[in-house]
Design a protein around this ligand. Structure first.
Ligand SMILES: Cc1ncc(C[n+]2csc(CCOP(=O)(O)OP(=O)(O)O)c2C)c(N)n1
Length: 350
């Protein structure tokens, strides 16, 4: 792998592509996960509209599902992930239950943060999920710290996948963190979800180079710029990056080009229709990652139409049940607001 930016195309040299090793069950599971992410998103928007979800904002990932699925599917159970605000389904793909995640969204007492937050600021190191920081770009130095600690413990091939938007690549911590990872050859895979906007700022006002992956050149690391709406392209690239990182060669940056089909969050829907051209939205609607993947599966001849429901009914039911569970779960008691603020076992008192 060179240190130049690649517009990744499937290997031309006749070598077996990673996707070719996927079984029919794998292909179906990927399809189901794409739908899980879509239904998760649609359900929360719906709940917000109906007034059944009254806390916080819903940061949608409609249209970005291929990134969430394609980057997590090839991971080992002991790998680390560091999801951000648009990655809620990743918490489930990495082992949290749907009920836990929904309780988090509803700010309930039995949620991972016990009601102290209502979105992605949670983690579980037993599942390798690093607690996300709200300061964009800072996921990178935090991921470096986790990987450095692993190295001190003698673990060198547990990879960390840190996610961030293209806007966050314009922050100082992103660059400092990537520099550190590159110097120390940490097994870090940075997945940039380039959805073309950081709130209302278009990508050309965030990044001066033709691709976000060009940023990798400054650190002498491989950078890929790929179609983030093609789940198998994401999967193949991720597999290649994982091999590289596990071999001790250092970090990799993968820019997944996609589009934020919604507003920045549910509160931004009206305004977002003003700062994004209608033709642009329509063009990206046609590149829907689930529609494209379904069409591909049908061309393989491995699946019938009936085997690929849109959406799978059991997934809709699973998510609806988790929502009802969350709504019926208890709210946190006021006195718990001061609990779990510091790790008392570390000798820090409040
Ligand atoms: C350092 C920092 N600046 C600003 C914000 C406020 N903020 C939250 S999300 C967001 C947009 C981020 O855009 P991008 O990184 O492209 O990710 P996207 O939301 O498009 O997925 C902003 C400005 C923040 N959380 N942290």
């Amino acid at each position: 792998m060179s240190t130049t930016v690649r517009n990744r195309r499937v290997k031309q040299d006749g070598a077996i592509r990673y996707r070719d090793r996927l079984t029919k069950n794998d292909l179906l599971e990927i399809y189901r996960r794409l739908w899980f992410a879509r239904v998760f998103d649609e359900t929360l928007y719906d709940m917000k509209k109906k007034g059944r979800l009254r806390r916080g904002n819903v940061y949608g990932s409609r249209g970005q599902e291929a990134i969430q699925v394609g980057t997590t599917y090839p991971l080992r159970p002991d790998d680390f992930t560091s999801p951000i605000h648009r990655d809620m389904p990743i918490f489930v793909f990495r082992g949290m239950t749907v009920e836990q995640v929904m309780c988090q969204v509803w700010g309930k007492a039995n949620a991972p943060t016990r009601g102290k937050d209502s979105w992605s600021h949670m983690g579980d190191m037993r599942l390798g999920i690093i607690h996300s920081t709200s300061m964009l770009g800072s996921t990178i130095p935090v991921a470096c710290g986790v990987l450095w600690a692993q190295r001190l413990d003698g673990n060198r091939d547990r990879v960390c996948v840190a996610y961030l938007g293209e806007g966050a690549t314009a922050t100082g911590p992103f660059h400092e963190g990537l520099n550190y990872a590159a110097v120390h050859k940490l097994p870090l895979i940075v997945v940039v979800e380039n959805n073309q906007y950081a709130y209302s700022t278009p990508v050309e006002l965030e990044v001066p180079t033709p691709t976000v992956a060009d940023r990798a050149k400054g650190y002498g690391i491989p950078g890929y710029s790929i179609d983030g709406n093609d789940v198998l392209e994401v999967y193949d690239t991720m597999c290649e990056a994982l091999e590289y990182a596990r071999a001790g060669k250092g970090p990799v940056l993968i820019e997944c080009k996609t589009y934020r089909l919604q507003g920045h969050a549910d509160h931004d829907e009206t305004r977002a229709r003003q700062y994004r051209p209608v033709e642009e939205i329509e063009m990206w609607e046609k590149r829907d990652p689930i529609v494209r993947y379904r069409e591909y599966l049908l061309t393989t001849g491995l699946f019938t139409e009936a085997e690929l429901p849109e959406p799978p009914a059991d997934i809709v039911e699973q998510i609806q049940n988790a929502v009802e569970y969350a709504i019926q779960s208890p709210d946190p008691e006021p006195h718990t607001a001061l609990e779990d603020i510091y790790d008392e076992s570390a000798g820090v008192s409040r």
